[in-house]
Design a protein around this ligand. Structure first.
Ligand code: NAP
Length: 244
């Protein structure tokens, strides 16, 4: 696989761990972030120290045109990407569905679903053989919540990740003869800033392996899905949830 790996939400958490892991493996990376430029700069510094080419770009996924601008810049300045990790995502505050308003649901769908679809669409137009592309891999970051439902916490988030699982299945089938594999990873409870204060400590004892996972453990699964070792894996999503 040639060309850098584009990772959305690469400034911290799972995206940052993935960038650092891929750089250590010798892959060039491009990360996006929403607002935390200093965190993104640190990730880029660490990746370059591993000897690869690394760039960071601000992309607010709720802003119309942001994804087109990102790919316009990539086309002009960086060249074709070899892979996309569709990772950026948000959760909503914990609440039962009966307490939701439509603005809350719209926000999580706009970032987690519409944003991820826009990224996948732009990548497919460049990677697919029918579009003149050289092929590639798309890894979508879902969640165990897609299967568990997120009851009393964030059913809207769970639904957004179920949509991502369908994107992985459907796009994987569409691109199967186009040189592009599409796969997903469903993390369980991973120690990042995405959780409300105290949630990790509350949930960890319920996890069969007895602890939250690390961002690096998800990065390892993503790195495998991106690699040629996963050459027969497409249209499917793997669970990395400590048995949860
Ligand atoms: P995180 O630590 O909160 O990081 C989120 C990343 O997404 C940051 O880089 C952030 O950029 C970016 N982002 C947030 N809102 C954005 C927006 N509106 N537009 C563009 N980028 C935006 O999250 P994480 O825990 O690493 O999660 C990464 C992915 O894994 C998400 O899709 C999440 O749903 C999924 N996941 C996480 C867990 C878990 O337990 N942590 C479990 C299952 C699935 P800034 O730094 O600039 O804000």
């Amino acid at each position: 696989m040639t060309g850098p790996v584009l990772i959305t939400g690469g400034s911290r958490g799972i995206g940052a761990a993935t960038a650092r892991r891929l750089a250590a493996d010798g892959r060039d990376v491009v990360i996006t972030y929403a607002s935390r430029a200093a965190d993104a700069d640190q990730v880029i510094t660490d990746c370059r120290a591993a000897g690869v080419t690394a760039h960071a770009r601000q992309v607010e996924l709720t802003r119309p045109g942001a994804v087109d601008e990102l790919f316009g810049w990539l086309d002009a300045e960086v060249g074709p990407i070899g892979a996309l990790v569709n990772n950026a995502g948000v959760v909503s505050p914990g609440a039962p569905v009966a307490d939701y308003d439509s603005e809350r649901v719209r926000r999580v769908m706009e970032i987690n679903v519409v944003g991820a679809f826009a990224m996948a669409t732009a990548a497919a137009r460049r990677m697919a053989h029918d579009h003149g592309g050289a092929g590639g891999v798309i890894v979508n970051v879902s969640s165990r919540a897609a299967v568990r439902g997120g009851a009393f916490e964030y059913v809207d988030y769970a639904a957004s990740k179920a949509a991502i699982d369908a994107l992985t299945t459907g796009l994987g089938l569409e691109l199967a003869r186009q040189g592009v594999r599409v796969a997903g990873v469903r993390p369980g409870v991973i120690d990042t800033e995405i959780h409300a204060p105290g949630r990790l400590e509350r949930v960890a004892p319920e996890i069969p392996l007895g602890r939250a996972g690390t961002a690096e453990e998800i990065a390892a699964a993503i790195a495998w899905l991106l690699s040629d070792d996963a050459s027969y894996v497409t249209g499917t999503t793997i669970d990395v949830g400590g048995g949860r």
